[in-house]
Structures are given as structure tokens and as C-alpha cells.
Design a protein around this ligand. Structure first.
Ligand SMILES: Nc1ncnc2c1ncn2[C@@H]1O[C@H](COP(=O)(O)OP(=O)(O)OP(=O)(O)O)[C@@H](O)[C@H]1O
Ligand SMILES: [Mg+2]
Length: 437
């Protein structure tokens, strides 16, 4: 006969068995049983304990570090980034070195336990036009590194007390990326995306005179950048005085901040022009190439005082010693982005269609047209996928109707919307010879 109830051997409460979930541990022969509630409590206790003990895992961490250092040399990191990111050579180098030095710094710190000679952190600021690869580069970097890495959108942060996310959220995101291990969190990397959005509105780039909100966010971030103990509650828990909190020291966390800093080139130009009135870009209406060339030349000359004028407080700029600028992507770069990266849009569509026995071919002129249209949209590489997606929709819809091998050709006119993609039957021999090749 099925047991209808039992007494929990731990808390003693009588538990009515309504489903299997009510008796996770129960031995019908001896009557020994633990109720669901007690199991939950035990689980929480163990988790909490492991988290507290993570600080004692230092030794373990140190031995791993040697391995990580040997594995993640700058040239290796850059090679990995090269597989996904076109151009932006300097930025890829800067990030590779920053990540490697971060490991080194940790190792030095742990080896010289308690010593007071520390290697300074080199937080990085990345700037460049929209859609040039800032977020993409950092997300690929995070996949490669074996240290926790979290991206937080700075524009979502608000000053404590205001509606929105407090600056601590950036550390909390890292804590979760580190599998809730405090020791690992304290050595992770935080990427603050859209950092320019927290520039003071009273900066030269804006007209409003006072902006306490954004300045408050910057002050909050400054504390984290300087290294302080940040306290936050678990996700989903409301902040109230008795809520248990997690404390993380940010002293050794590497901060990378990035943003488009729209309009900063004007500030740089103003400063540069003061010293040199002819910076050599003719006086006629500039072409798109000229504007890009000028932008690229100016952005590489950015100095801390320009960022200050833009509305970032000097104390923060002082904590971001490495300035890394990205270039505007021209038509040729966009063309390469369509086909070269490991996850290039064209490669992705080829794979998708191959699963339906279809060989996808983009004519060279078609790809160039995609790049041209993306340039017109002024959102860098961001719009490439969308443009192709529009053209591919009907193909993706029609193709799976049958399984016979076919060939799809995308022409320039298809991209312009003047004709639909052509679907041809493909003789089996062609596919066979391809497979045996
Ligand atoms: N240099 C590049 N190489 C390869 N792909 C790129 C490159 N730049 C951008 N892309 C592609 O374009 C998309 C948009 O780029 P990303 O999100 O990195 O832009 P961003 O620089 O962060 O722009 P924003 O300032 O608007 O946030 C990415 O998904 C990526 O696939
Ligand atoms: Mg971005």
C-alpha cells in the first residue's frame, strides 16, 4: 500500500504525500525521511558556506593562474580576435595586452602575498563610431578568457536612490559570471558599455547646465574604479536593511569602458586647430571619404582633456590610463566583414541552406551593394545582417518546401530589391564531387 504521509526525521513535521516531489528522500522500510523543506534549507546552507569559503581557495586559484598565463599570451589572444574582428588592429593589440597583464598582475599579487609593491592596474577606455566592433570585440574576448567577465550597460545605471540600476549592478553581474565565487569575482573584468551615455550633460557636448544624475553615477563608478568594497544583494532580492548582502572588493577588478562618444571629434578638432590652423582637408564640401579620414585622424589624437570637455569627470579619466580608439569601417572593410570572420553573415547563411541541400552563392557585386547600403545607413557593420536578412527571407521560406539539391544565386539586383533570388536545380553529381573533394 502506498504511504500517505510520513514524519520528517529532521524537523519532525508530518508531511502529507501528494506527489513524488513531497518525498525526495524516504526509505519506506525504516521510515527514515527528510522533507522537501529541510532539503532546501540544507542546500542553501551548503551554498552559502561554499561561497564564504571561496576566499580560502586562493591557493587553488594561484596554481591555475600559472597555467592561464602560459595559455593566454597576447599574440594568442589577438589571433583569436582576428578570427572574428576585421581591422581595428591596434585595439585588438591593446586589449590582448591588457588581458594578459591583468593575469600577470594577479599572479604577482598572489606570489608576493602581503607585499606592498603592487603593479598598477591599467583600465582601458575604448572609443569609436557606432557599429565598428567595440561590443563585438569584448564579447569575443570574454568567450576566450578563463576569468569571469561581465558586460554592463552604463546607460542603464542611475545614482543611488533614483529609479533604475545602481552602479553595484556591474559588480553583481560579474559575481554571477564568476559562478558566485567571490575570489574569482574580485579578479574579473568588467566591461562598461555605452559609457559615453553617462557623460555630464553640462559637458561641452551638451547644452544643459547642471546634471546631478549623471554626475552621481560617475561618482559611484569612480569609487569602484578606485577600489572599494561594494555591497549588493542577490538577484531578485529587494534591498532592505536586513537583506543578506555580498561584499566584493573591486581593487583588483580590471575595468574596460567603451562608447561611441558621438561628437567628440569636434572637441578634438577645436583643440587641435588652436595650435595648427591648417589641418589640410580642403575647404570645398568634403566627401564621405574625407569626413571619415578626418574623423579617423582626429579620434586618434584624443587626449584626456577632450574627454573631460565631453563630460567625464577628471578623476575617472585619471583611472583610465589606456585610451584605445577604433576606426570607421569603409566599404572594403564591410565587404570583408560579410565573408571573412568565422561567424560572417554569408558563412552563416551558407550553413543554414546547406542543411536543406542548397548551395548559396553571392555574386561579388551583390556583396559590394550590401556594403554600400550599410555605409548609407551610417551604422557601421551593424546593418549588414539586416540588409541580407531582408533579401533572404523569401529564399528561406521557399527552400524547405522540397529536399532536392538546388543552387541559389543572389545578384546585385536582388539586393537592390529589383529581382528575386534565382533558384536552380543542382545536378547530384556536382554535390557528390564536392563531397569527395
Ligand atoms: N570590425 C569588425 N569586424 C567584424 N565584425 C564587426 C566589426 N565591427 C562590427 N562588426 C559586426 O557588427 C555588429 C555591431 O557591432 P558592435 O555591436 O560591436 O558595435 P559597437 O562598436 O559596439 O557600436 P555601438 O557604439 O553602437 O554600441 C556586431 O554584431 C559585429 O558582428
Ligand atoms: Mg556597443
Amino acid at each position: 500500500m502506498a504511504i500517505e504521509s510520513f514524519h520528517c526525521s529532521l524537523c519532525g513535521r508530518r508531511v502529507k504525500i501528494q506527489s513524488r516531489a513531497d518525498m525526495p528522500v524516504l526509505d519506506p522500510n525504516t521510515g527514515f525521511g527528510i522533507c522537501k523543506n529541510c532539503i532546501k534549507n540544507i542546500y542553501n546552507f551548503i551554498e552559502e558556506d561554499e561561497r564564504r569559503n571561496s576566499r580560502t581557495n586562493k591557493k587553488n586559484f594561484n596554481s591555475q593562474l600559472g597555467e592561464l598565463l602560459a595559455k593566454n599570451k597576447p599574440h594568442v589572444i589577438k589571433e583569436y580576435l582576428d578570427e572574428f574582428i576585421i581591422m581595428q588592429e591596434r585595439a585588438k593589440k591593446i586589449l590582448s595586452v591588457a588581458a594578459y597583464n591583468h593575469y600577470k598582475r594577479m599572479k604577482y599579487d598572489l606570489d608576493n602575498h602581503g607585499g606592498d609593491e603592487e603593479i598598477d592596474k591599467s583600465n582601458v577606455i575604448i572609443m569609436g563610431p557606432t557599429g565598428c566592433g567595440k561590443t563585438a570585440m569584448l564579447s569575443h574576448l570574454s568567450r576566450l578568457l578563463d576569468i569571469p567577465f561581465a558586460v554592463t550597460d552604463a546607460s542603464s545605471l542611475t545614482e543611488a536612490g533614483f529609479v533604475g540600476a545602481d552602479v553595484e549592478v556591474a559588480v553583481r553581474n560579474l559575481y554571477y559570471a564568476a559562478g558566485r565565487d567571490i575570489e574569482k569575482t574580485e579578479h574579473g573584468i568588467i566591461y562598461l558599455d555605452e559609457f559615453d551615455k553617462i557623460a555630464r550633460k553640462s559637458g561641452a557636448n551638451n547644452s544643459i547646465t547642471a546634471d546631478p544624475g549623471h554626475e552621481g553615477v560617475q561618482q559611484g563608478l569612480l569609487k569602484m574604479l578606485e577600489g572599494s568594497v561594494v555591497e549588493f544583494t542577490e538577484r531578485g532580492q529587494r534591498k532592505h536593511p536586513e537583506a543578506p548582502t555580498i561584499k566584493v572588493d573591486t581593487k583588483n577588478i580590471l575595468f574596460i569602458v567603451g562608447g561611441a562618444f558621438v561628437g567628440i571629434e569636434k572637441i578634438i578638432e577645436k583643440r587641435v586647430r588652436k595650435g595648427d590652423s591648417n589641418i589640410g582637408f580642403g575647404s570645398e564640401i568634403p566627401s564621405k571619404e574625407d569626413t571619415d579620414a578626418k574623423f579617423n585622424e582626429l579620434i586618434h589624437q584624443v587626449r584626456p582633456e577632450d574627454l573631460m570637455k565631453y563630460g567625464i569627470i577628471p578623476e575617472i579619466i585619471g583611472r583610465l590610463p589606456v585610451i584605445c580608439t577604433l576606426e570607421t569601417l569603409d566599404e572594403d572593410a564591410l565587404l570583408r566583414i560579410l565573408t571573412e570572420p568565422k561567424n560572417a553573415p554569408v558563412k552563416q547563411y551558407e550553413k543554414l541552406l546547406a542543411m536543406d541541400n542548397v548551395k548559396l552563392e553571392f555574386e561579388e557585386e551583390a556583396l559590394r551593394q550590401v556594403a554600400k547600403m550599410a555605409i548609407e545607413r551610417k551604422t557601421g557593420a551593424r546593418s549588414l545582417k539586416g540588409i541580407i536578412e531582408d533579401v533572404m527571407l523569401d529564399v528561406m521560406f521557399e527552400i524547405p518546401k522540397t529536399t532536392e539539391p538546388r543552387r541559389v544565386v543572389i545578384t546585385e539586383a536582388c539586393i537592390k530589391g529589383e529581382e528575386s533570388p534565382k533558384i536552380f536545380p543542382l545536378e547530384e553529381t556536382v554535390i557528390l564531387s564536392k563531397e569527395s573533394a
